[in-house]
Ligand binder design. Structure first.
Ligand code: F0G
Length: 361
């Protein structure tokens, strides 16, 4: 029996293959891909009826390592290979970047070192970085400390930085906007997303701008970015020395792409505001229980923000809204289990189980 390696041309082969002409790659760039992208864009019926808007969810947790980071990483690691940087790639991370960097480095045959704030990242993300074989460096400090060190390492040593200060990351991440316009046939009126280090808000706006310039869409959305109240430097206008939030992925006090985020906000006529941990957790539960999408807490921040703005009367009815859900809920099972859960103990007999379910008297 022969083994065929050919695939149907309609088979999705990752976003560099799909959006090659929009990305900084050439025919000779070695493509490192896990077939990221092409994530579900779901109509959110419950959120639409609550807000009186047409709300859509871009489910980025469906990417190969469970977050939107794979969009940028396929480009960053491919470019690192092209430059023949067969050295170690390094990143600072609240967890998802480290998981993604470790996976793409493994696929490329590169060594990866990831710097994470000790005790501040969700266990599923650490489990990923461990299994993909990265060198894990747990820094007794914040994400911001990790990023400062990673940048200094890249300046003085032969290591390649793959945080979103590497522009190839932003180039890849802009494809989320392309996919949304390609799927809907239009750009939304408002695009909501969480903001941490501010790379994704910068890249999302860049993507809509590139598509509008090429006449793929007529309008660009207002960008509504949301930070956690305990980690909201862009809302307060100053660095937060000791950021704290249940949404560990966005527990960042000094965002690297601050200027990109402020431009996205101002050029789009949008906003960046803060939501409390309680609002984030309410949205986290709502997304799972009403829309059937299990996200990690940080990823519910865009929905928390949308609902908060609706409550403040700032969301006009009839708007077309897309919300990026940035990462998968399984990465942070601890938050789901926190506070316990209801269950019923039963013996291994159908009649007994039926009684506990009130199917029998
Ligand atoms: N949502 C999730 C799940 C994230 O992991 C991040 C960032 C964000 C939102 C915010 O995106 O930083 O581009 O503004 N995570 C980074 C990391 C910091 O290290 O995984 P951003």
């Amino acid at each position: 029996m022969s083994v065929s390696t050919s695939v149907q041309s309609s088979h999705w082969q990752g976003l560099i293959s799909a959006y090659r002409s929009w990305l900084p790659v050439s025919a000779t760039t070695p493509i490192v891909s896990l077939h990221e992208g092409n994530t579900p864009l779901l109509r959110a019926d419950h959120l639409s009826s609550v807000t009186g808007c047409d709300v859509w969810l871009k489910v980025e947790g469906a990417n190969p390592t469970g977050s939107f980071k794979d969009r940028g990483m396929t480009v960053a690691i491919s470019k690192a290979l092209e430059a023949n940087e067969r050295n170690t790639i390094v990143c600072a991370s609240t967890g998802n970047t480290s998981a993604s960097a470790a996976a793409y480095a493994a696929r490329a045959g590169l060594a990866a070192a990831v710097l994470v704030p000790k005790g501040r990242i969700a266990p599923g993300k650490l489990a990923q970085a461990i299994r993909y074989g990265a060198r894990i460096i747990e820094v007794a400090g914040s994400f911001d400390d990790c990023l400062r060190i990673a940048r200094e390492l890249a300046e003085h040593h032969p290591v390649t930085l793959v945080n979103s200060v590497n522009d190839h990351r932003l180039a890849g991440q802009q494809t989320v906007a392309f996919e949304i316009v390609d799927a809907l046939g239009w750009a939304p009126d408002i695009h909501c997303l969480p903001v941490g280090n501010a790379g994704n808000i910068t890249a999302t706006w860049r993507g809509y701008t590139a598509y509008a310039a090429a006449k793929r869409c007529t309008d660009r959305p207002r960008i509504w970015g949301f930070q956690a109240a305990g980690a909201a430097p862009l809302v307060h206008g100053s660095v937060v020395a000791r950021p704290r939030t249940v949404a560990s992925a966005i527990e960042i006090g000094n965002p690297a792409s601050r200027n990109g985020a402020l431009s996205a906000r101002d050029d789009s006529g949008g906003l960046i505001s803060a939501v409390t941990d309680e609002q984030i957790l309410d949205a986290y539960r709502l997304l799972a229980m009403r829309e059937g999408v299990f996200v990690e807490p940080a990823s519910a921040t865009g929905v928390a923000g949308l609902l908060a703005e609706h409550g403040r009367g700032r969301l006009d009815a009839g708007q077309r809204v897309v919300v990026t859900l940035t990462g998968n809920g399984l990465k942070d099972h601890e938050t789901s289990m926190a506070g316990g859960y209801d269950s019923i103990e039963a013996s291994p007999h159908t009649a007994d189980v039926a009684r506990t379910m009130k199917l029998l008297p």
